[in-house]
Design a protein around this ligand. Structure first.
Ligand SMILES: [Fe+2]
Length: 548
């Protein structure tokens, strides 16, 4: 323990009184074993806000990279004091308590709070024995009956640790969003040196391909040690959904990528570690191979976020996966959501009184044909592989009179923006919604800038409006009258500390589905930093289908 840490504790600024521990059963107290080394190496997080609370998260791991996934923790439960304040210096503490970091949950802590004031900013921190965590900032959503003037939020996906530095997470944190959505591929399952970017991976995974609970716990811990990721978690509440790589590439319900009798156990292990390492409510505690991930986050009457799970209940990819011209993809019996989630979503559309109904989800929603000829060749892993599912959801929001439907997406490792159509085969059919797709935080490496509108697929997909193959995230500012989307990019991720740059901006007006571009800013040469100035492959199919 450092002198400064002790000084902080003795000055009374640390959480709780030392005597509070004595109220605990002796077996759970600090006296039961050797003192812990500093355990807050994974940072802190909060998530799933509603108008009266949220989840506070941390996990104790003095040796985060330990091969057994247990973070160097002793095999005993450890009391963790938590404290919630109205101010960053904890002068006005509004709640405090003790949670138990259980050995059987890899010493993760989930504190689910209710009864707080709506629409307020809060600060939180934890203490275990004499160690104090970093401070996190979070907030409650506005009251359900109110119309907030604005929500500044951001969304991100696809952070392959090996493919680069997580600078994009830090740049997103620096914009101080009120809410962050993570739309999947938060981590990747691969062994070191099996998924490589051109020029080589600047960082390596620890441990083998993740298959066991120990593997997934270790991998989550490695990701969470990243200071840029910790900064993004500490700045705002997150709402997370997994995609495929938190388990395995392109899994579909109980069907793995390649035949594997052990897949149910692998999926259960991945879900358990995902829950342990994310600020999720207790409703998402996994039960065997099942985990409740789809849910809603409401932001007053301004926005309702319908967070979807398009992996756990989907039919297997049609025509053997990949990019195909596949009639079976349009089979009305096929579903990417499963029947129960589809009914839940359509019911949510009917009940919604939100100004903006936003789908936070994993894979490309609009049709994206890569064939310039008469074939329609699309990704069987995206909504294109589940055409009737997409049709039912789209017609469902139209039938319900959803005022402003917007789909937010990750997965494809490039920024895209699209008008959504009732009939993609007819370019004159009406625009019925809008899709915003964020690039990856790091996946596929540096990438390159390209002229807006130059992507070859635009010629035969006129509803696609924007694409950029640099890494980044999307910031959205939502007001009752419009939604503004800023597509931020980084000139490189192969080295740390890149600046962020707003590459393009779009506006969606209230009751007017579709995109209006308000800014188009080619990357200045001074920011390119050695990355090629023009994308030589223009985000080729190959690049995307390998393992997005
Ligand atoms: Fe990905």
């Amino acid at each position: 323990m450092s002198l400064s840490r002790r000084t902080i504790l003795l000055s009374g600024a640390a959480i709780g009184a030392a005597g509070a521990v004595t109220g605990l059963p002796a077996a759970a107290g600090a006296a039961a074993g050797r003192p812990l080394a500093y355990p807050f190496t994974l940072g802190v997080a909060s998530g799933d806000p509603d108008h009266e609370g949220f989840v506070l998260w941390t996990r104790l791991a003095p040796q985060p990279l330990a091969e057994d996934g247990l973070g160097g923790m002793p095999d005993r439960d450890v009391p963790v004091h938590w404290e919630l304040a109205a101010d960053e210096r904890f002068r006005h503490v509004v709640r405090r308590g003790i949670a138990v970091a259980r050995a059987r949950s890899a010493h993760s802590v989930h504190v689910e709070l209710a009864g707080l004031l709506a629409g307020r900013e809060y600060f939180y921190r934890f203490r275990a024995e004499l160690h104090v965590s970093p401070t996190g900032r979070t907030r409650t959503a506005p009251a359900p009956w109110t119309m907030p003037a604005a929500l500044a939020m951001g969304f991100a996906s696809c952070s392959q640790y090996e493919h680069g530095y997580f600078t994009a997470y830090r740049r997103l944190a620096e914009t101080e969003p009120e809410l962050i959505l993570h739309l999947g591929d938060y981590q990747y399952e691969y062994a070191p040196d099996t998924y490589n970017v051109p020029g080589g991976n600047p960082r390596d995974h620890e441990g083998p391909e993740t298959r066991t609970l120990a593997n997934y716990r270790q991998r989550h811990a490695q990701y969470k040690t990243d200071p840029d990721l910790q900064a993004a978690h500490a700045v705002a509440p997150w709402a997370v959904v997994f995609d495929d790589h938190e388990v395995e590439n392109n899994w579909a319900d109980e069907v793995p990528e390649a035949p594997d009798p052990e897949f149910p156990a692998r999926r259960a292990a991945a879900f358990q570690a995902y829950y342990e390492n994310m600020p999720l409510r207790r409703t998402s505690i996994p039960r065997g191979i099942d985990m409740q991930l789809y849910r809603r986050v409401r932001w007053g009457r301004l926005a309702t976020f319908h967070m979807l799970d398009t992996r756990q209940y989907r039919d297997d990819q049609a025509c053997g996966d990949g990019y195909r011209d596949c009639a079976a993809a349009s089979d009305p019996a096929r579903s990417i959501t499963g029947a129960a989630q589809e009914a839940w979503l359509l019911d949510g559309f009917r009940r919604s009184d939100a100004q903006w109904d936003i789908l936070g989800q994993q894979v490309f929603f609009a049709q994206r044909d890569n064939n310039s000829g008469p074939l329609t060749v699309t990704s069987m892993d995206a909504w294109d592989g589940y055409v009737a599912s997409r049709d039912r959801i789209t017609r469902g929001w139209l039938a319900a009179g959803v005022r402003n439907p917007v789909v937010l997406t990750g997965d494809v490792h490039a920024h895209w923006a699209s008008d959504l159509k009732l009939d993609y085969a007819d370019p004159t059919s009406r625009t019925v919604g809008t899709e915003l797709v964020c690039s990856s935080i790091t996946s596929t490496g540096d990438g390159a800038d390209s002229a807006s509108g130059s992507h070859p697929w635009f010629a035969f997909n006129p509803h696609l409006r924007f694409q950029n193959n640099l890494r980044g995230y999307v910031r959205t500012t939502i007001t009752p009258g419009q939604l503004t989307a800023d597509f931020d990019v980084l000139p490189y991720v192969s080295r740390p500390d890149a600046p962020a740059y707003t590459r393009a901006s779009f506006v969606i007006e209230d009751r007017v589905p579709g995109l209006h571009q308000t800014a188009d800013n080619p990357l200045p040469s001074a920011l390119r930093g050695g990355a090629p100035s023009v994308d030589p492959g223009q985000q080729t199919v190959d690049q995307e289908t390998v393992r997005p």
